[in-house]
Design a binder for this molecule. Structure first.
Ligand code: FAD
Length: 523
């Protein structure tokens, strides 16, 4: 406690010097947090960076490694009550790309990785096997949620492709992957939350209790409170996964099949795949990319022999989960589902692996990229929700048009059912029953090639957005990034008034998540 107080005093002095305020330090010293308030340069540096490596805000004044929800409540209360205030941003694993978890001249609450060192730490996951849910700390990484649940033979139902993301970070957006067509996004699979609001109140919320806060926080870009606990729905964990990829040269056939497959959802026991995604192959180099590791080099695909439509091929990616006790029927089930599809014959690529290895697949790719120095590079990603009625126009204009044959990273494309998304949450999606995620996951390289440069890729993202505007394709950004009030109002559309009202209610001084640039702090 003594060290904590010392560091706190130092941080407060920095606050006073930097912001030029006349704060009474005893106010914050009375906080008495059990965690650690740090002004260590390496903590401050980490909190000023994110996966995108696109922006570097002015560093925060201090970083809080909380031991509990109460620590966070104390900090925010101090920010809310003091005469001048300061900003507070939760940082999960810092895998945003546009500085969303940063805050200049405020305090970053480092939610993930706070379990290091001695002293009190945030709670471990608590699995409720009979009720089939797990209570987890907001900074818990999904990989650790999986590991804890698996000890009871259970697992969450809805995922992201990559598991080294925090629960609070993905629930502030939506959390999507190939299971979303069936289970909805991760925000549709939460029973209850504990949230510290922008007034420093620690509230439990759910459908029944403080429901306004519950719905606002889900997909709420961190604007209404810091999630300190989430109760996540579980199901019996499958043991193994049959993972299949098939190729298409015809975009209409590809999307027809994807849409057919996501229409098979809901009824327990009915025949369906458990995961439906897909990606675009716009140049031959991509076939060997980090997501294509099971296109075995011993069995190379000659793309040119497949007559790509406009130079572009499409890969449908599907899985079927199973238990070893039903292994004898899996081949038949998969075969019967594949028979209904219209892919290029003889382009079926199959592998079989443990459920956990399938879910954790991108981490393997991460390790490979890290070893080549290709992970910590700028990531000008663009994630769009595209309405089903316009996906053909998007294909012609972007995949076969603007992109050319250099894409600088994987391009994911998969459809989802809107009715699996709760319209009361804060997230915005296109106004159609089915919409697609198109994710351009690009890495910029400083290798002298113009088409790999950050400037080129950033300009191309702008060109894609302008094309969508001009062509009347009403896309919505996923993991949105805007910098003006007008752009945010336009993004939220008829959800804006509610979003604003909730902000006024739960964070009236605009203390939280200022890195999203939705609201300007009022001090
Ligand atoms: P951070 O970047 O730390 O924070 C993001 C935002 O959430 C910030 O505004 C922050 O203030 C707020 N926040 C963080 N924690 C909390 C909390 N406890 N309470 C309230 N607000 C909080 N997304 C998908 O949906 N599907 C994918 O398949 C997917 N794959 C990805 C793969 C990679 C390699 C990367 C880098 C990102 C991927 N994402 C995916 C995007 C990812 O879900 C979001 O960027 C997410 O916000 C990252 O989580 P984080 O813990 O790093 O959040």
């Amino acid at each position: 406690m003594a060290t904590s107080k010392l560091l706190l005093t130092f941080a407060i002095c920095r606050l006073i010097v930097t912001v030029g305020l006349t704060l009474d330090p005893t106010e914050l010293l009375l906080l008495g947090v059990d965690g650690q308030l740090s002004v260590d340069p390496s903590d401050v540096e980490t909190a000023s960076l994110d996966f995108g490596l696109l922006t570097r805000a002015a560093p925060p004044l201090a970083v809080l490694h909380p031991a509990s929800a109460q620590d966070i409540a104390q900090l925010i209360k101090a920010a809310y009550r003091s005469d001048f205030g300061f900003t507070v941003s939760a940082r999960g694993h810092g895998h945003s790309i546009n500085g969303q978890a940063q805050t200049a001249n405020g305090v970053v609450v480092q939610m993930s990785g706070s379990k290091r060192g001695s002293g009190r730490k945030p709670p471990q996951p608590h699995v409720w096997p009979r009720e089939k849910y797990v209570d987890v700390w907001g900074g818990e990484l999904w990989i650790d949620v999986l590991r804890s649940s698996l000890e009871y033979g259970l697992a969450p139902k809805s995922w992201t492709d990559y598991l080294y993301l925090s629960v609070g970070g993905t629930l502030s957006n939506a959390g999507i992957s190939g299971q979303a067509f069936n289970h909805g996004p991760q925000i549709s699979n939460v029973h209850e939350l504990d949230v510290v609001t922008g007034k420093g109140e620690l509230l439990t919320c759910s459908e029944e209790q403080n429901s306004e806060l519950f719905h606002a926080v889900l997909g709420g870009l961190g604007q209404f409170g810091i999630i300190t606990r989430a109760r996540i729905s579980l199901e019996p964990a499958p043991q193994r996964v049959r993972w299949i990829r098939v190729l298409y040269s015809n975009f209409s056939a590809f999307t027809r099949d994807q849409e057919y497959l996501i229409s098979l959802h809901g009824e327990a026991g009915s025949q369906k795949f458990d995961y439906v995604e897909g990606f675009v192959i716009a140049d031959e180099g991509l076939i060997n990319n980090w997501r294509s590791s099971f296109f075995s080099p011993r069995n190379p695909v000659k793309i040119s022999s497949l007559e790509p439509d406009g130079g572009v091929l499409y890969c449908l990616e599907i899985t079927k989960n199973y238990h070893e006790s039903t292994a004898s029927t899996i081949d038949k089930e998969v075969e019967s589902l594949l028979k209904r599809l219209d892919f290029i014959p003889a382009t079926v690529f199959t592998t079989d692996l443990l459920y956990v290895d399938f879910l954790d697949r991108v981490h393997k790719a991460e390790l490979k990229l890290r070893s080549k120095g290709l992970w910590e590079v700028p990531h000008p990603w663009l994630n769009l929700f595209v309405p089903k009625s316009k996906i053909g126009n998007f294909d012609k204009g972007v995949f076969k048009g603007i992109l050319g044959n250099k894409t600088s990273g994987p391009i994911l494309i998969y459809p989802m059912n809107k009715h699996k998304w709760d319209h009361r949450s804060s997230v915005v999606t296109p106004d159609e029953d089915v919409f697609y995620l198109v994710a351009l996951l690009r890495s910029a390289l400083d290798n002298g090639e113009e088409t790999h440069s950050l400037e080129y890729l950033t300009n191309q993202n702008g060109q894609i957005l302008r094309f969508c505007d001009d062509a009347g394709i009403n896309v919505k950004q996923y993991l949105p990034h805007y910098t003006t009030h007008e752009e945010w109002m336009d993004h939220f559309g008829d959800k804006w008034d509610r979003f604003y009202q909730m902000k006024m209610e739960f964070d009236p001084r605009h203390i939280l998540a200022s890195g999203q640039q939705v609201f300007t702090p009022t001090f």
